[in-house]
Design a protein around this ligand. Structure first.
Ligand SMILES: Nc1nc2c(ncn2[C@@H]2O[C@H](COP(=O)(O)OP(=O)(O)OP(=O)(O)O)[C@@H](O)[C@H]2O)c(=O)[nH]1
Ligand SMILES: [Mg+2]
Length: 133
C-alpha cells in the first residue's frame, strides 16, 4: 500500500442537497486528508475534457448537461490507498444498487444523479487533479 492522491467531487445534485459537509465529514472520519478544495461551475469545454473517456457512451450528452447544471465542490484527498478507499466510501455507480453506509447508497437513488465522483485509478486521479487544480 502507498500514500496516494485522488480526486473526489460533490456533483451539482450533492451541492444542491447540501451534502458537501457530510461528504467531507466521511472522508475525514475515515482518516484521509483533504489537501485542496475548490467550488466552481464546469463549462461545457471543461466537462467534455473531464468526461472524455465517456465520449462514445449514449449517456454522454446527458452527463455533460448534468455536470454543468450547477456548482460542484472538488477535493484532493490524500492518504494510504486513497484511490480505492474513496471509491469504497462512495459506493457503486448506480446509487439504486449502492449499499447503505456508502455515500451513494445513503443519499441517492439514480444512476446519473449520484452525488459524488471519484477517480477510478491513479492515472485518472492524476489527469483529473491536473485538469481541475
Ligand atoms: N444517464 C446515465 N448516466 C450514467 C450511466 N452510467 C454512468 N452515468 C453517469 O456517468 C458518470 C460516470 O460514469 P462512470 O465513470 O462509469 O461511473 P463512476 O466511475 O462510478 O462515476 P464517477 O465517479 O462519477 O466517474 C456516473 O457517475 C453517472 O453520473 C448511465 O447508464 N446512464
Ligand atoms: Mg468514473
Amino acid at each position: 500500500m502507498a500514500h496516494e492522491k485522488t480526486l473526489l467531487m460533490v456533483k451539482p445534485d450533492g451541492v444542491k442537497a447540501r451534502l458537501t459537509g457530510e461528504v467531507i465529514r466521511r472522508v475525514e472520519m475515515k482518516g484521509l486528508h483533504i489537501s485542496a478544495i475548490k467550488k466552481f461551475k464546469f463549462d461545457r469545454h471543461l466537462a467534455e475534457k473531464f468526461y472524455a473517456v465517456h465520449k462514445s457512451k449514449p449517456f454522454f450528452e446527458d452527463l455533460v448537461n448534468f455536470i454543468t447544471s450547477g456548482e460542484v465542490v472538488a477535493l484532493v484527498v490524500e492518504g494510504e490507498a486513497a484511490v480505492s478507499v474513496v471509491r469504497r466510501l462512495i459506493g457503486p455507480t448506480n446509487a439504486s444498487e449502492a449499499p447503505p453506509g456508502t455515500i451513494r447508497g445513503d443519499f441517492a437513488n439514480s444512476v446519473q444523479e449520484n452525488v459524488v465522483h471519484a477517480s477510478d485509478s491513479l492515472s485518472s486521479a492524476e489527469y483529473e487533479i491536473g485538469l481541475l487544480f
